[in-house]
Design a protein around this ligand. Structure first.
Ligand SMILES: Cc1cc2nc3c(=O)[nH]c(=O)nc-3n(C[C@H](O)[C@H](O)[C@H](O)COP(=O)(O)O)c2cc1C
Length: 176
């Protein structure tokens, strides 16, 4: 499954994610109603979340897939706030696994596709750390970060025009 963390469905992040993965099951973070984690402590006491919202659909989908792809623009050096809201709610799974010693979804492959406007790859440091944290949570076999910097000087169409080259380049990394 793919979670699109960009408000732009045809922007750089989704164009790149589509080119690499061709994934059909897409959840658009900006169309979902997701409360922010408030560190209320509910999941310390039981393996559940106090909020009843679209996060249920994400958790349920995670149970039915072993691959999780996140696509996101970099906003202020991090994944987008809507995507981070979803990831913060996965704190419940940390508690379920490590406090309550219960099974969590079995995600084997984790990918983050991130794009940023600046030409400086340091912008992806936050995404890299997030990937490391997710890998630890799910004990995933594979965790990869695909990045495209310098989008301020590009148009998403330039990605699709050169799609064959793009797919070759990134898919060769997927296979590694
Ligand atoms: C609110 C906001 C914050 C941004 N912050 C950064 C940033 O910190 N560093 C950067 O390189 N680009 C930043 N950008 C540019 C986006 O990361 C870039 O345009 C991205 O490729 C957009 O992806 P999308 O087309 O998938 O939405 C920002 C853009 C917005 C709208």
């Amino acid at each position: 499954m793919l979670i699109n963390g960009s408000p732009n469905k045809n922007g750089f992040s989704m164009t790149l994610a589509d080119a690499i993965f061709d994934e059909n099951t897409v959840h658009h973070a900006y169309e979902m109603s997701i409360e922010s984690c408030t560190d209320c402590g509910f999941c310390d006491k039981r393996p559940a979340c106090i909020f009843d919202d679209d996060m249920d659909a994400i958790i349920s989908a995670l149970h039915h897939d072993d691959t999780l792809i996140l696509a996101s623009p970099i906003y202020f050096g991090a994944l987008s706030d809507k995507l981070l809201a979803i990831l913060n709610r996965l704190q419940m799974l940390f508690k379920k696994k490590f406090t309550h010693k219960q099974e969590i979804p079995d995600i084997k492959r984790l990918y983050i596709v991130a794009t940023c406007g600046a030409g400086n790859a340091v912008m992806f440091d936050g995404a890299h750390l997030t990937l490391t944290i997710l890998k630890q949570l799910f004990n995933a076999e594979t965790a990869r970060l695909f990045t495209l910097k310098g989008t301020d000087a590009m148009h998403p169409e330039t990605l699709t025009k050169d799609k064959a080259h793009l797919i070759d380049h990134y898919r060769s990394i997927v296979r590694q």
